[in-house]
Design a protein around this ligand. Structure first.
Ligand SMILES: Nc1nc2c(c(=O)[nH]1)N[C@H]1C(S)=C(S)[C@@H](COP(=O)(O)O)O[C@H]1N2
Ligand SMILES: [Mo]
Length: 515
């Protein structure tokens, strides 16, 4: 094949054409992700990178960027994708034939689309753990494969067509022939109509986007029961799976005596219990706001397991979810009477971002074990590791005792005869026996506790303090759990087993005159 570089397309233009084609392709991928729940290459790569990165490195970003970390990774990969598209544009410039005869660009588009499709489907996707053409990915069966075909075809057609159009018209030179004019018209039409459809799809489905978040008002005690819309949200992906509840089934299967599945209605018809349980994320920093409390209603997990007739010797159960997430815990934990498959939160159907139609609630363990969008429960070998465990986090992660100072407002303020101190304390399913406060780092004074809503929730503590003199004070708090254990002061980061150490709040109390 003749490999004549067409002198009329500059490097800059070739790169620009490549990035534009890749940007259009990325938008199309996003639309497919939004509208059809299809896993796309961008997301699979994000998952893969969090597994590839040393846990410390990923945790470094998580701690600093908190909610930004995962979306930022996604955006960075999108940018990389567009950049790679530009790179292919440059490569194409080196090897592109001087398109003369009719139909050549179309044949090249097709060949390039197939080549890219094979590279992505048979090399990159298996490398990222998704199997050939994404067969081992979660989500709609053909979603990933279809998104690959559409993406590579879109990119290749746009790149090659635009490239030869620019080549034929000499870039800025407006002496277009008739054929070029026609081709230009067709390409512009496709881009405008296709782009419009893609944008409309994205806008129509923005509701599927759920960015991680949490709420906390400085200087104020949090409500004991967190309203659903203020409950912290964490998930591995910013896209909430949209589950058709008519088609959804909860499968209790694998190697059990009596595998079965339940519809949503069947699940809701089983005997249920209601319990207040506080959730907190294992990456919640000391004094952080990734902690919320709700009333959950659901079916005791034990009831579902008894019906499945587990064979003897089962040590661990895995909980699979519609977003491809999976977590596991030992059978002893699963059999506790307080572990439920929840379908209601604070008296209403589970909100989508909190796991509709059903999720695990397992008091005492960190949030990552409370699997949302639950689809399947099955016995697994004792060595099984879940999504976060493969990324360096602890297994069966028991919540460390924590306490937080929420009141007063930190910083400078006029001194008063009496100042109200307060906050929350939480020790998983061990309960809180007492909370102590210190304003001098030496002496600890017991705080007043509100009655806990259940053995599995946080408690609100308060304490009145008469500041002796103006000055700066560091308010510290520590919890004593139901077993009598004092919260450790040892400062530890959240990887791998959750942060420890005391929360502090600094106030500068000033004379009225000085304010
Ligand atoms: N299916 C699924 N379940 C999941 C997750 C996820 O990414 N996918 N994230 C876990 C983590 S890390 C936490 S902290 C909790 C958060 O639950 P919430 O968003 O309802 O507060 O969900 C857990 N369950
Ligand atoms: Mo979490």
């Amino acid at each position: 094949m003749a490999t004549i570089t067409d002198p009329r397309v500059s490097r800059k233009a070739a790169f620009g054409i490549g990035t534009s084609a890749a940007a259009a392709m990325s938008l199309l991928l996003l639309a497919l992700r939004f509208a059809f729940d299809a896993q796309i290459v961008t997301e699979v790569m994000a998952d893969w990178l969090t597994r590839l990165l040393p846990p410390q490195a990923f945790d470094f970003f998580l701690e600093r960027l908190q909610f930004g970390a995962k979306p930022l990774l996604f955006v960075m990969i999108l940018v990389g994708q567009v950049g790679a598209g530009g790179g292919i544009g440059l490569l194409y410039r080196r090897f592109a034939p001087a398109a003369g005869s009719e139909g050549v660009p179309l044949r090249i588009s097709l060949a390039m689309a197939i080549a890219l499709w094979l590279i992505l489907g048979l090399l990159l996707t298996p490398l990222m753990g998704g199997g050939p053409f994404g067969v081992s990915l979660p989500g709609p069966r053909w979603g990933y494969a279809a998104s690959l075909i559409l993406a590579t075809a879109t990119y290749a057609v746009l790149l090659v067509q635009a490239y030869h159009l620019v080549a034929a018209t000499g870039g800025a030179a407006p002496n277009r022939g008739r054929r070029e004019l026609l081709r230009f018209g067709v390409l512009a039409g496709v881009v405008i109509i296709g782009g419009g459809l893609v944008l409309r799809t994205i806008l129509n489905n923005l509701g599927n986007l759920s960015l991680p978040r949490a709420f906390r008002t400085a200087g104020v005690l949090p409500p004991e029961v967190t309203p659903n819309e203020d409950f912290y949200v964490i998930a591995k992906s910013p896209f909430t799976p949209s589950i058709n509840v008519e088609k959804w089934r909860l499968e209790v299967g694998g190697s059990v005596g009596n595998p079965y599945s339940l519809t949503y209605a069947e699940l809701r018809d089983l005997p249920s219990i209601e319990e207040y349980v506080t959730l907190t994320c294992i990456s919640n920093p000391i004094g952080g706001d990734l902690i919320s409390n709700a009333l959950w209603k659901g079916v005791p997990l034990r009831l579902l397991l008894d019906r499945a007739q587990l064979p003897g010797g089962v040590e661990r159960l895995a909980f699979h979810a519609a977003d491809g997430y999976v977590d596991s815990f030992p059978i002893e934990v699963a059999m506790r009477e307080n572990v439920i498959v929840a379908y209601e939160m604070n008296g209403v159907e589970l909100p989508r971002e909190h796991g509709f139609p059903a999720r695990i609630i397992v008091p005492g363990l960190y949030g990552m074990e409370h699997v949302k969008w639950l689809t399947k429960i099955e016995p697994v070998p004792a060595s099984f590791r879940g999504y976060w465990q493969r990324r360096g986090w602890a297994d069966t992660a028991v919540i460390n005792s924590l306490s937080r100072v929420d009141v007063p407002m930190p910083g400078a303020q006029p001194i008063k005869d009496e100042l109200l101190l307060g906050g929350v304390a939480f020790a998983g399913d061990r309960g809180i026996r007492s909370v102590e406060v210190s304003v001098d780092g030496q002496t600890w004074v017991p705080a007043r506790l509100r009655d806990a809503l259940s053995p599995y929730t946080w408690v609100i503590w308060t304490s009145e303090w008469a500041p002796p003199a103006p000055g700066a004070y560091t308010i510290q708090v520590r919890a004593i759990d139901g077993t009598g254990q004092i919260q450790t002061s040892e400062i530890r980061g959240n990887l791998p087993s959750g942060a420890t150490g005391y929360d502090t709040l600094i106030v500068r109390l000033q004379d009225e005159a000085a304010v």
